[in-house]
Design a protein around this ligand. Structure first.
Ligand code: PGA
Length: 254
């Protein structure tokens, strides 16, 4: 586990208006300002980014939930890295399972990751298996994603990314069950091994690895102590300021 920690709030397609987005961001920001070693990143729907950029800070940074790999042009509905930079966005979630379910593949995500790094935006790469069966297929699934999404990066680029391990079966209100810290730890070790084979042992240690999937304040401490992670990617609980504050406090104390 690294000394510095990171907590990513993934608001997904919430809240419904600018007023509520500012209220929620301001509340998360006031909590985050007290942190000693934890950076908070709020990944808001794109439409709120310009207005939230006026409120963001080093301890409470702004993130997007997606971006395109081209700079500009005929890409209806898409947003580029340059546009995100214009709104002081410093992180972007890429490869989230909800976007993979809409058709994004590792090749597409890889192009976006390269563009984010080139633009000085930290990609938060989401990887995770759809299901856990008795065999080791889930390890193979995550290796394929890590290899494919990071293909062609320089070893030094690993210091510029965050990896979120998000088992798809543990995400959202319809999740099959909550993952355990030991399942998480096993995967973190495995991801670092895949990185080590590809980029060398030293570089494999550089990216922060966080866990995502039904994170709440009840499980947070156990996951931080025993999951081998450097923080969390929080979905639903990031829309509840009190619950999110508890998670941030737990992480910052560890
Ligand atoms: P959840 O979402 O915390 O609501 O399960 C996590 C995510 O999908 O990023």
């Amino acid at each position: 586990m690294k000394t510095k920690k990171i907590i990513v709030a993934n608001w997904k397609m919430n809240p419904l208006n600018t007023k509520d987005a500012i209220k929620l961001f301001s509340s998360i920001k006031s909590t985050s300002q007290k942190n000693k070693k934890t950076s908070v990143v709020v990944c808001s729907p794109s439409i709120f980014l310009p207005v939230l950029s006026k409120y963001s800070s080093i301890k409470c940074a702004l993130g997007a939930q997606n971006m395109h790999f081209e700079t500009n042009g005929a890409f209806t509905g898409e947003i580029s890295a340059k546009m995100l930079k214009d709104s002081k966005v410093s992180y972007v979630i890429l490869g989230h399972s909800e976007r993979r379910a809409m058709g994004e593949d590792d090749i597409f995500i890889n192009q976006k990751i390269k563009m984010a790094i080139k633009s000085g935006i930290t990609p938060i790469l989401c990887v995770g298996e759809k299901e856990r069966t008795g065999d080791a297929w889930y390890l193979h699934a995550v290796k394929t994603q890590v290899d494919g999404c990071l293909e062609g990066l320089r070893p030094s680029d690993l210091a510029k990314i965050v990896i979120a391990y998000e088992p798809v079966w543990a995400i959202g209100k319809d999740s099959v069950r909550v993952a355990t810290p030991s399942e998480c730890e096993e995967m973190v070790i495995y991801i670092r091994k895949v990185l080590s084979d590809k980029f060398g042992a030293k570089n494999a240690q550089t990216p922060m690895i966080v866990y995502g999937g039904s994170v709440d304040s009840k499980e947070a401490q156990d996951f931080m102590m025993n999951g081998g992670i450097d923080g969390f990617l929080v979905g639903r609980a990031s829309l509840n300021p009190k619950e999110f504050e508890k998670i941030v406090q737990i992480v910052d104390l560890i």
